[in-house]
Every structure is written in C-alpha cells, then in structure tokens.
Design a protein around this ligand. Structure first.
Ligand code: NAD
Length: 360
C-alpha cells in the first residue's frame, strides 16, 4: 500500500530544510522501492498569506487523509503583529488538536562526532540516545478551573488545575511502551507521586499498562530526581514517559545535552500511530534564504516518520546511518561547526546524506 505523506514546508528556513528531507525520501523511493507518495500543503505564515488562515481547510483535508506529515517550521517577524488567531503558531496548535496528536516524542541523540558540542563532559553524553515521550493534550496547561482572582482582602491569586483522566494516562503510557519496543525496552515514568494526587493516579495507571508489556522494564522517578539524573548520568535512560508540564521542561533539558538544536527531530502521534514530524527548532528567520540552515534535524524527522508511522525501520536506519557517515566525513553546517571540519550549506549537506546512502 502506498504511504501518503503530506509535506508542509512552512516559513523561514522551513522550505530549505524540507527540500533536503524530501530529497532523501525520493531517493529511497527511486533506489530502494519505498512505496511513498508526497503531497504538499501550506501551514503557518505562508498559509495566512496565500489563503488567509494558518491552518486552512485545504490543508486540514490533506492532513486528515495523510498517513504521516512532515513539517519544516512556522513563524517569523512578518506575522508577529497579526491578531492571535492568525498567528502562524496557531496553525501548529490547530493541526495538533485537529489530528488528536497527544504523544510528543522527542529523542535526544548525540552523535559521538558532536560530543564536544555538549555542555556536559563528552564521556557522559557520547552515543546518548534517549527518547522523551511527553503527553501533549492534558495536564495543568488545559485543566479547568484556571485564572487570576481577587481575594476579599484585595490581594490577587493565580490558580491552575493539574488534571489527568485514566484514559489519557493509559494512552500515553501505551505510546511509550510501544516506542520502547522499537528501542531498548526500558521505560522510566516520571511523576511527583510523593506530593501530587494526579501523579499518584498516573503511577497506578502506568503500572497497570505495564502488565501488557512484560518484555519492557518499567521504573519510576520523581521529576526532581529525573532532572538531576538527566545531567548526572543521562545514558541510564532509554524511554522517559511523563506529563505535559514535566515533559516540557525535561525535554528541553535533554535537548540541550546534545548542544545542537539543528540535529534534533520530533514526532507528535495520535492513538493509531499517525504523526506529525518536525525538527525541534523554529523557522530561524535570521538565517532564512541564506542556504546556511542545518537540514539534519528535518532529515532525521523523516527517519522517525518512517519508523513510527510507516513502519519502515530499515529505511529509517539507512537515513540515520547516512547522517552518521556524513558527520564522520567532517561535513558541518555553521551551527555544528568545529575546528578542522569542512563547512557546508543546506543543499550540500542534503546531497552528502544522499551520497552516503548510495550502495548501502
Ligand atoms: P529558532 O529555533 O528558529 O532559532 C534559534 C537560533 O537557532 C537562531 O539563531 C537560529 O538561526 C538557530 N537555528 C535554528 N534552527 C537552525 C538550523 N536548522 N540550522 C542552523 N541554525 C538554526 O527559534 P526562535 O528564533 O526563537 O524562533 C524563530 C521563529 O520560529 C519564531 O517565529 C517562533 O515562533 C518560531 N518557532 C516555531 C517552531 C515550530 O515551528 N515548531 C518552534 C519554535 C519556534
């Protein structure tokens, strides 16, 4: 069956990096028989300009029909003054909500060739490969009631509600266990069960789900300890599963362990494994149009798309190995440049990844 992939280049460096990623998919199609059909659509500022909305109907129809979506990035100064519903970032929130993408997968992978870019000692992070599975649609970010109220004495107080239903915990736990089965079969669930009732329920449900995955080892950590462990000994982790708030903070922390924003892919999945794949960085307006952006995070996002939504792990591995080879050759875009390495632009980096796949 032909896999239908919707490509949304977006704004800023988005079109440049997505072009290189699509090139890789097309190469796999031509040379290795990957059965894939690419369609294109508009999301973000470019959609506002062309069609008057950041997530236009046309894109919605295409996104619903696709098996997976590859996104560059959205946003930029041109659209910052628009009223909120028209801002590019609203397009991103809207597509996530529309497709019920509740599981955010953020790998923190450090290629050994880039170990010096990390703020941690190279031996702590070389070969780091952990995956944070963050719940994306619930928690204190969405719980009601919320607001700022004025007390009788005139003082104001802000309040939010941390809230998780059993079904929400169960589906994110399943996403984490499924992902672990494609990796090293270890899940660490992160909560604050010593203080929060929401976390108490979280832990209970995760343990219940774990019984369906006897081949995956489950452990638990309190979030404060997990934050410490991430910077003390990050290689102990395989998959970390956690709620929206804790995941927001821990995933940024884990990303920075690798020291290279231009290298990290991400996925947002629904309950059936359909997903939106994008680099973790933004549209980098400061370097847009200069051919200087690092396309590797988007290329690695395509590899995740093949692994998690299209169930094509061999093609995914081909891409990941080719990226490793290109780094071995000493090719570097400016964001990961180091002494003695060869500087290349966006297109040359994409071409090098294709060349590294030849004869694989
Ligand atoms: P950014 O990630 O776009 O850029 C931060 C810095 O990293 C910049 O100096 C940029 O040049 C550099 N950088 C980012 N990606 C790079 C790459 N692939 N290669 C080389 N260098 C790279 O973050 P920002 O500047 O805070 O945001 C710019 C715009 O992107 C804003 O409009 C923001 O709202 C939007 N944004 C979008 C997303 C998304 O689409 N998911 C995520 C974050 C920010």
């Amino acid at each position: 069956m032909t896999h239908k992939v919707l490509v949304l280049p977006g704004d800023g460096i988005g079109p440049e990096i997505v072009t290189e990623s699509a090139k890789i998919l097309q190469y796999l199609q031509q040379e290795y028989g990957l059965d894939i059909a690419l369609d294109y659509g508009l999301l973000g500022g470019c959609a506002v300009d062309a069609l008057g909305a950041p997530y236009p109907d046309e894109t919605r129809q295409k996104a619903r029909a696709a098996d997976a979506i590859l996104l560059g990035a959205v946003g930029g100064p041109k659209w910052e003054m628009l009223e909120r519903p028209l801002r590019p970032e609203r397009g991103l929130l809207a597509i996530r909500a529309d497709l019920e993408l509740f599981a955010n997968l953020r790998p923190a992978i450090l290629y050994p060739q880039l170990a010096a870019a990390s703020s941690l000692k190279p031996e702590l992070v070389a070969d780091l490969d952990l995956l944070i599975v963050r719940e994306l649609n619930g928690d204190i970010y969405f719980g009601q009631p919320r607001g700022i109220r004025t007390l009788e004495n005139g003082e104001r107080e802000g309040f939010n509600t941390m809230l998780y239903r059993e079904s929400e915990i169960e589906r994110i736990a399943r996403a984490a266990f499924e992902a672990a089965r494609k990796r090293h079969r270890k899940v660490c669930s992160v909560d604050k069960a010593n203080v929060l009732e929401t976390s108490e329920l979280w832990r209970e449900v995760v343990e219940r789900v774990a019984r369906d995955y006897p081949d995956v080892a489950l452990s638990h950590q309190y979030v404060d300890n997990a934050a410490m462990q991430l910077v003390r000994a990050p290689k102990q982790f395989d998959v970390i599963v956690t709620g929206n708030l804790f995941g927001d903070i821990l995933s940024d922390c884990a990303a920075m362990l690798t020291g290279s924003i231009g290298m990290l892919p991400s996925a947002s999945l629904d309950a059936k494994g359909k997903g939106l794949y994008e680099p973790i960085h933004g549209s980098a307006p400061d370097i847009a149009g200069k051919g200087a952006a690092n396309p590797l995070a988007t290329i690695l996002s395509a590899a995740m798309l093949l692994r998690y939504s299209l169930n094509e792990p061999e093609h995914a591995a081909r891409i990941e190995q080719a990226v490793g080879r290109v780094l071995d050759q000493g090719l570097r875009t400016l964001d990961i440049m180091a002494e003695g390495m060869t500087p290349v632009g966006t297109q040359a980096m994409g071409d090098a990844v294709v060349a590294a796949m030849v004869g694989d």
